[in-house]
Design a protein around this ligand. Structure first.
Ligand code: F6P
Length: 327
């Protein structure tokens, strides 16, 4: 897993080449809505893109992590099917429903049933290099979805320029990122991480939580500010040093969100000795996102080391899939 994380900037470079060389089959049209369907490491890119579009979205962008698509999916929907293996049953079921609904479909996968169905039905399918754990391929999947949105004229601005700047940032900061990830992992070792961030960075907080789960084999939770100021904050009432708070912050966060984070810190400090603030680097949204993703991915594998576990294996998920296959 460490090699794959170390190669993340190279993955982003390769992802740009894959997208630039892909020739879309689907006709451009005016869509009423967009649905990205995908689970875990293949769904989280959708959540991050949903955050990115945020208040700029001209039409609804929905992220679906289930066996069924929303009832509104139809001929005027763009359905983005994201499954690295191409065999995740929930995602395959949604691909079938999208076909039935006559939606425009773009698949992003390395093969499996998704690629097979896409080939048969002659729908767009951007193929990724195979043989890696899906969660290690977030760079590939995010970039291909951005290319699909750009092709269908659903994206403003030059995202490729921002991805190139992100690659440069990650390459320049590699040493510093690993050093600070090690220090953060040491502080979180033996604790339950609690991740807080602003709403437009929730995807990256979820990604961090999922990486702590799958790589570190640990539980963690996340919430966003301001929402958690209306409920969860009240739960900070008893001293609990088993909790380690990580705040993912940006100098560009909305000013009142920044004020809330500073005030929240004062409250939480009374109940746990571990509060870690991480400020993003870079100018564009994508630089900030990829900085956080890369840094927190490193934290998750260092946590695995400290926890004495193999970051790559997910035997419990494999055995669950085995059980479901028998049924
Ligand atoms: O990208 P895929 O192959 O659809 O997998 C989605 C998710 O399912 C898992 O393989 C576990 O079932 C995760 O590791 C992964 O993030």
């Amino acid at each position: 897993m460490k090699e794959l994380i170390a190669d993340f900037p190279v993955q982003l470079e390769e992802a740009l080449i894959i997208g630039q060389n892909y020739h879309f089959l689907s006709a451009r049209k005016t869509f009423s809505n967009i649905v990205l369907t995908g689970l875990g490491g293949s769904g989280i890119g959708g959540s991050i893109i949903q955050n990115f579009l945020g208040d700029k979205a001209a039409i609804p962008f929905i992220v679906n992590k289930d066996y069924t698509l929303p009832a509104f999916v139809g001929e005027n929907t763009l359905v983005l099917v994201s499954s690295y293996s191409g065999n995740t049953e929930e995602t395959v079921a949604c691909l079938q429903q999208a076909l039935k609904a006559k939606a425009t479909i773009v698949c992003v996968t390395s093969g499996g049933k998704v690629a097979e169905v896409a080939r048969k039905k002659k729908v767009d399918c951007i193929l990724l290099p195979a043989g890696m754990p899906p969660r290690a391929c977030l760079g590939y999947s995010i970039v291909q979805v951005l290319f699909a949105l750009q092709y269908h004229k659903l994206l403003k601005g030059d995202f490729e320029k921002d991805i190139l700047a992100s690659i440069k940032l990650l390459k320049n900061e590699t040493g510093a990122i690993q050093k600070s990830a090690k220090a953060i992992a040491k502080k979180l070792n033996g604790k339950i991480p609690v991740i807080y961030t602003a709403p437009n960075f929730e995807g990256v907080a979820v990604r961090f939580r999922q990486q702590i789960n799958e790589n570190g084999k640990m539980l963690a939770w996340h919430n966003v500010i301001p929402e958690m100021n209306h409920n969860e904050l009240v739960g900070w009432r008893d001293k609990n040093d088993n909790l380690g708070v990580v705040m993912l912050r940006n100098e560009s966060d909305y000013s009142r969100v920044q004020m809330r984070m500073d005030s929240n810190k004062k409250v939480i400090k009374k109940y746990t000795s571990t509060i870690i603030e991480i400020f993003s680097q870079g100018k564009s949204y994508w630089e900030k996102i990829f900085y956080f993703v890369h840094l927190t991915d490193w934290v998750s594998v260092y946590l695995a080391d400290l926890h004495g576990v193999d970051a790559t294996e997910v035997k419990v998920i494999d055995s669950l899939k085995g059980e479901l296959n028998k049924a």
